[in-house]
Unconditional design. Sequence first.
Length: 208
Amino acid sequence: MTLQRSFPTVMVPRNEAVAEMQAAGERLLVAEDGVFIEIRRSWLSLVRKVAEFSVRTAIPYGRVTPTTRLLCETIPADLVGAFAEMARKAHPKETGAWIVWSPSTQAFRLAPVGIVTHTGGSLKYQPPALSGDEVLVVDCHSHGRHPAYFSSTDNDDDRHDVKMALVIGNCDRPNPSIALRLCAKGIFEETEHAPLTWYQAIREPEAV
């Protein structure tokens, strides 16, 4: 009963849609075509397949469609640009910040992390202090003069989180590189291209 309350498993109805989660949390959906995880945060609603059946047993449940809904709407490009400026000033060392959002005020802000140690190839930090009902949406860090990518260390750090992760690299250049992905409880989905407005926002003024 404790497990079912903290991490429910739901049988998907065959003839009707399963009701969407209304409160923050996670649950498993057992469907005809596999097992799905549903994740709800104030800023995100997400459904993804996490397992398939290894035998063709008849499962008397309905089907589930993977979905993504960004409940906080558009992440401001100017905050991405502000982080890029932080990354340039920190270069050649790495730095970090969170883009956070308040459900009550609908406001985003850039919150610098508390740096413990940072070099040209590593960053250890304390999370920033959040106000009111602010939540993490985008976890940003830079790669100094190195290209933007996600390392095995990043994978370990992000494995249990629900967030967007952003890396800005080549911070010594007028047009830095970007790596962006969705992290959802061990699911990593890297985007091929970040939004065009983000690329525009991180360029140095003379490079625009």
